[in-house]
Design a protein around this ligand. Structure first.
Ligand code: NAP
Length: 349
């Protein structure tokens, strides 16, 4: 395979899965990264990528990847960065092996997210947490993680409010898309004409990860934010796009106009650096009563922006609103790629 010497070679672990395919799709024609290796389970190894992956992206498999042979997930790949879309049952050990061998692992899996020395990163929210990488003591190697997909949408909407007003408590109910369950995911007979009010481990992640993300970086690590989150998670028959109904109690008594302004004016390091995958505006506020909707808004800013709408008074907490996040782009592969772009810009690669 011909490698473009002007680009940084990257590998994809779990390249055949739902998130892995999104990595392959988003990295096609990327200006600084080039896919030099794809790896997956024994089921896929030694097959050409186009034969191993049950490709279900709406665009064709990028030519540069289609004919690559799927490799084993062992740290002998010809690259410096590996993106991981591995099943959580195997991600822990495989990602550690890569990090110890000197690879920079940018992971979507849950395994290392809450480890004290691992950055749980959304570039617009907590770029300063990258300092944790030094505590890993792995030389050139290291692990950086993405939050859970629903957490990413929620935390991007909470960040401007937390910075400007302070958050005292949050209640969130999710309606989560099928692609969040991987491929083949939920059986059609389980989800057609139905809503499933349980997603294993999801509520626990949503109640803990935002506190690490909104925590303060100190010399001893991250001091988590101190407020309560209550989450209720449902699986619904939508293909892509997690919708969330959020109620929030804020410190102070900001007006609705001030809350909307906080979202509209929110900008951070990825926007200043004009990183390739960064949305121009991370949070979009819609004034229409019936927005946001998965079908209409999930692709906003190439799937990297969070859509917010329906801000109104809440009789239990202060305000309630709706938000939408594309779960496999901003909520997974797109966020991981933005994480890597930030690390390149900060010369950590
Ligand atoms: P998926 O569709 O089930 O894909 C799993 C991938 O892991 C496949 O490429 C599979 O390879 C590989 N794999 C499984 N067992 C393996 C083994 N023993 N050795 C090496 N590779 C193995 O899952 P997904 O939805 O893409 O999710 C991937 C990860 O991202 C999970 O940890 C998930 O929690 C997380 N995540 C997912 C989303 C989302 O919206 N889907 C969002 C955020 C985070 P084969 O095809 O060869 O079996």
């Amino acid at each position: 395979m011909q490698v473009n010497k002007n680009k940084i070679p990257v590998g994809i672990l779990g390249a055949t899965g739902s998130v892995g395919q999104k990595f392959v799709q988003l990295l096609a024609d990327h200006p600084i990264f080039e896919v030099a290796a794809v790896a997956a389970s024994e089921r896929s190894q030694n097959k050409r990528y186009h034969e191993a992956a049950n490709w279900f992206m709406p665009t064709a498999i990028p030519e540069q990847v289609a004919k690559q042979t799927v490799r084993a997930c062992v740290p002998d790949l010809p690259c410096r960065i590996v993106f991981s879309g591995l099943d959580a049952n195997v991600a822990g050990e495989i990602e550690q092996a890569f990090a110890r061998a000197g690879y920079l692992v940018v992971s979507n899996a849950r395994n290392h997210r809450m480890q004290a020395d691992v950055p749980l990163l959304i570039p617009e929210v907590n770029a300063d947490h990258l300092a944790l990488l030094q505590m890993q003591n792995l030389g050139r190697g290291g692990i950086v993680t993405n939050p859970n997909c629903s957490t990413i949408g929620l935390t991007m909407a909470l960040k401007p409010l937390h910075d400007r007003f302070g958050i005292e408590s949050v209640h969130v109910v999710t309606m989560q898309a099928l692609s969040g369950a991987g491929y083949p995911g939920v059986a059609s007979l389980d989800i057609l004409d139905n809503v499933i009010p349980f997603i294993g481990g999801e509520e626990e992640k949503m109640e803990s990860e935002p506190l690490k993300l909104l925590g303060t970086m100190t010399a001893d690590g991250v001091k988590p934010a101190d407020f309560a989150i209550s989450a209720q998670c449902n699986r619904v028959g939508v293909s892509d796009g997690h919708q969330e109904s959020v109620s929030v109690k804020l410190s102070g008594e900001p007006s609705a106009e001030e809350v909307i302004a906080a979202w509209q004016q929110f900008t951070a390091e990825p926007q200043t650096l004009a990183l390739t995958s960064a949305p121009k505006q991370p949070v979009h506020y819609f004034h229409e009563d019936n927005y946001p909707q998965p079908k209409l808004h999930r692709e906003l800013e190439n799937g990297m922006a969070v859509s917010v709408g329906r801000l109104r008074a809440c009789k239990v907490l202060d305000y309630k609103f709706e938000l939408l996040v594309h779960n496999t782009i901003r909520g997974a592969a797109g966020c991981a790629i933005l994480n890597a772009e930030l690390m390149v810009a900060r010369r950590l690669v």
